[in-house]
Write a protein that binds this ligand. Structure first.
Ligand code: CUA
Length: 376
């Protein structure tokens, strides 16, 4: 029935709008908790209204013309005239004025959104195939250097966050629509813009430029915390030194494998590619693992929460088998391909992989700085 169809359609639209407003996990540029999105909306409304008026005007002119100048059955010659200066002036001047109005609105919004406020929170964004690093400025005169978290970005609410994006390989794009505009992460360039939200919560982000086999698996989370909780996260992260594992523990065996690999079987050291704050591991080829145990996602957002914990063993064992195009070498002795070159993976036993996993899980921020705690 047409009436039921219409009703179902309206309900669907209403549901979509409401979800967009209420669930931060739902990708939505219509999330009005972001001042960025509000600015874009209020810039778009006049443009949409103008478009509707123009559409009605042009449609009217079309039907009027078709009707008025339709074929005449009596064979009298039609009226002969040449041009209409007044009409032509209107047709040139009115669109010009409309375009000028739209330009003014656009430039006004650009001027409001583009300058980075002095007090904005700064986060450096690095995109690589197929993961993200989010870096925060080091504490003044801190020995620990920069603070970086892979694939999970923590920001304060009610504050502008100035992001500066770049890429380590090909072009990626940072896109967390609930928080603000999308920007490309382009190798060799640094692009700064700002995002924000007033509502604490977890926001979904994706890479938004096709960048290779696992483009769709290049996701991230943005966790927006009340400013006080954000400050406590940042302070703890800046002061963080990875814990020293107890002698004889699984974590200690994992630590040794992480730092040295297992040369006898060709297993590469994790530290060659990953950094862990407060340890000698300073690799930059892969995502930063300093707070790995606090994170709730794995494989750049491929798995979350319980599933991420379940997948950790598989992930270490043969990452390229569970994530297409992953550049992390497998540890199952198989052959794998990096940049067209076939290489033989090193070998770790399942027990050794569990030791590594235990070490990784021990890399936790202190309880009070756990940004996932009680997140709505
Ligand atoms: Cu990175 Cu698509």
């Amino acid at each position: 029935r047409p009436r039921q169809l219409v009703r179902a359609g309206l309900l669907g639209v209403a549901a979509a709008l409401l979800t967009g407003c209420q669930s931060a996990q739902f990708l939505s540029m219509g999330d009005m908790a972001s001042a960025y999105n509000r600015e874009i909306l209020w810039m778009s409304v006049p443009a949409i209204i103008l478009s509707i008026i123009i559409f009605i005007g042009v449609s009217y002119a079309l039907f009027y013309t078709v009707r008025k100048f339709r074929e005449d059955r009596n064979d009298a010659p039609p009226a002969q005239f040449h041009g209409n200066n007044r009409l032509e002036t209107v047709l040139v001047v009115v669109p010009m004025l409309l375009v000028m109005l739209l330009s003014v609105l656009t430039v006004r919004s650009l001027a409001r959104l583009n300058p980075t406020p002095q007090n904005a929170v700064k986060v450096d964004v690095l995109g690589k195939q197929f993961w993200w690093n989010f870096s925060y400025p080091a504490a003044p005169a801190a020995a620990g250097g920069h603070v970086t978290n892979g694939n999970e970005m923590v920001i304060p609410t009610r504050s502008w966050v100035a992001l500066t994006a770049t890429s380590g390989d090909v072009i990626h794009a940072f896109w967390a629509p609930n928080l603000g505009g999308q920007r490309d992460a382009t190798p060799g360039t640094q692009k700064t813009w700002q995002i924000n939200t007033e509502r604490p919560g977890v926001y979904q982000g994706n890479c938004n430029v096709l960048c290779g086999a696992s483009h769709a698996n290049m996701r991230f989370k943005v966790i927006a915390l009340d400013p006080a909780r954000y400050q406590s996260f940042l302070a703890a992260a800046q002061a963080y030194r990875a814990p020293t594992p107890a002698t004889g523990s699984a974590e200690e065996r994992g630590y040794t494998l992480f730092m040295q690999g297992k040369p006898a079987t060709g297993a590469l050291a994790c530290a060659a590619c990953h950094r862990v704050q407060g340890t000698p591991a300073a690799g930059a080829a892969g995502p930063d693992l300093s707070f790995f145990g606090t994170r709730q996602t794995l494989g750049a957002g491929m798995w979350e929460h319980e599933r991420a914990r379940e997948m950790l063993h598989e992930w270490i064992k043969h990452s390229p088998a569970v994530k297409p195009g992953s550049l992390m070498p497998p540890y199952d002795g198989s052959s794998y391909t990096v940049n067209g070159k076939v290489q033989k993976a090193g070998l770790l036993t399942d027990a050794e992989i569990d030791d590594l996993a235990a070490y990784l899980r021990s890399l936790r921020l202190p309880e009070e700085a756990d940004y996932w705690r009680g997140v709505p």
